[in-house]
Ligand binder design. Structure first.
Ligand SMILES: Cc1ncc(COP(=O)(O)O)c(C=O)c1O
Length: 270
């Protein structure tokens, strides 16, 4: 049915045309994944394509067909490469086809997770509960789905800071910190953690980068010595960041040993 005369709506002009295009997009996407091994991992973006992204914003709508055509020509052929089986640059890999389709459905529902009686909140709670089960966390521990690794680490360090600072950071702010708070991680830790300590007003100099062993895991002895020296110098150690798959080599720190060290060496709750 053609419903062209909508007054201010985000609906497509023609649902049937949109349905046809949507089917084509799904077909193209599945073929893209199915045939990925037949293409190079990566190819440089040609200058004429780069130039397309430097054009001024369009003042008239191009329409869905033209927009998709442009995607096919200037975007789809030039991926980062991380979804290719022969991508060795960093550890990050691919999602699943069903995961991608689930993203599509999530966009269709476009929920706001801020509250209310709707099922997306239950889905979030379910996923968090499943994660707790897998990680042997107590059932009454809390959790949150966030946008990715950077936000996860940011939130984690915020929790550590607020719980271990020894004063009410949320109410009084870092201006009232009686001691400098310190955070520990190996030199292989992802750079988002440094950004997080900066954003949380802890100061990047207070993120202590600890040397690694030959297998690129954190050196526990160096870590313990650094924490002891900091304590003696009047700092307040509040957090150890363990890497469960470093960005360069996928090394996994001895997380159990780090947990034991935290019990012994990290400041108590406020
Ligand atoms: C170990 C590690 N932590 C954090 C991040 C940041 O994750 P995101 O890009 O999802 O913010 C990455 C990204 O690749 C990572 O490898």
């Amino acid at each position: 049915m053609n419903t062209t005369n909508h007054y201010e709506t985000l609906d497509p002009n023609d649902w049937d045309e949109m349905r046809t295009l949507a089917h084509r997009i799904v077909d193209d996407a599945i073929t893209y994944l199915e045939t990925i091994r037949e293409r190079p991992v990566w190819q440089p973006v040609p200058d004429y394509v780069t130039a397309r992204f430097d054009e001024q914003a369009p003042h008239e709508p191009a329409g869905p067909e033209a927009a998709y055509q442009e995607f096919l020509e200037t975007i789809f052929p030039y991926p980062m490469g991380n979804i290719h089986p022969r991508f060795w640059a960093w550890y990050m890999g691919n999602g699943t086809v069903l995961g991608a389709l689930a993203d599509f459905l999530a966009s269709i529902m476009n929920p706001n997770l801020g509250g209310g009686n709707h099922v997306a909140n239950l889905v979030e709670g379910q996923v968090v509960n499943w994660m707790k089960e897998m990680l042997d966390f107590p059932r009454d521990s809390s959790g949150l789905l966030v946008s990715g690794g950077s936000m996860a680490n940011f939130v984690g360090i915020a929790v550590a800071r607020n719980a271990k600072a020894g004063f009410n950071v949320r109410e009084n702010g870092m201006q009232e910190a009686p001691q400098q708070l310190t955070v520990y991680a190996s030199i292989e830790v992802h750079s988002c953690n440094q950004k997080a300590v900066e954003l949380l007003v802890l100061g990047s100099k207070n993120l202590r980068k600890i040397p690694v062993n030959a297998d690129f895991t954190i050196n526990l002895q160096a870590l313990e010595e650094t924490i002891s020296a900091d304590r003696e110098a009047g700092y307040r150690p509040i957090c150890i960041i363990g890497s469960a798959g470093t960005i360069n080599t996928g090394a996994i720190d001895d997380l159990n040993a780090l947990a034991d060290l935290c019990q012994r060496k990290i400041s108590g709750s406020m």
